[in-house]
Ligand binder design. Structure first.
Ligand SMILES: [Zn+2]
Length: 199
């Protein structure tokens, strides 16, 4: 299966007919008329939007960690990127998951440019997800590719499938965490990283 979208002459993603037909079916199922003017171009827009929401399938997030710096000037403290906003979609309802992530690691001898951590997050967030797996995948990717002393990832997010349907509870956030290495095994390190994150 290829994930790289084909571009048309107008520079936009080419949407196959069966994809627009599927969106039209969904509009009809929802109770509206896909032929009315305001909805006429919607199937194509929806299709292109979904390619963008799910861009992560076309990339391997670990590539962002391939360029590391070994010269860290003796720095051996926690590196933390806090409150990175992100959007994902839940695999159960394809509804938006919006929230923020805090990502930290304790380097052993390699660091990466700080923006790379956010790129790893987005590489996994731009897929159909469950929050628990997203948290674990980001942590594991950093653990495997930077081989640090510890990794901590905490994600606080709201789920559209909870706030907009079902029990309809806006404002309720779900918090998940994944701690590896020293942050898992050493209580002091764990306390330190969680308090730096504001938890
Ligand atoms: Zn859901």
């Amino acid at each position: 299966m290829t994930h790289d979208a084909e571009l048309g002459e107008d520079g936009k993603i080419v949407v196959p007919d069966h994809v627009t037909a599927a969106v039209r079916t969904l509009i009809e199922w929802a109770g509206d008329d896909p032929a009315r003017e305001g909805l006429r171009d919607t199937p194509k827009r929806v299709a292109r939007a979904w390619k963008e929401y799910c861009q992560g399938y076309a990339e391997d997030p670990s590539v962002h960690l391939s360029r590391t710096f070994e010269e860290v000037g003796g720095y051996d403290e926690i590196v933390l990127l806090r409150d990175i906003p992100f959007q994902s979609h839940c695999e159960h309802h394809m509804a938006p998951i919006t929230g923020k992530a805090s990502i930290a690691y304790l380097p052993k001898d390699r660091v990466v440019g700080i923006s790379k951590l956010a790129r790893v997050l987005n590489g996994y967030a731009r897929r159909l997800q469950v929050q628990e797996r997203l948290t674990a995948e980001v942590a594991q990717c950093i653990w495997d590719h930077l081989q640090p002393q510890g990794v901590a990832v905490v994600i606080d997010a709201q789920h559209g499938c909870m706030t907009g349907r079902g029990v309809r509870t806006p404002g309720v956030g779900m918090v998940t965490s994944r701690l590896l290495g020293c942050f898992l095994h050493d209580q002091l390190s764990r306390k330190e990283v969680l308090s730096l994150m504001g938890y």
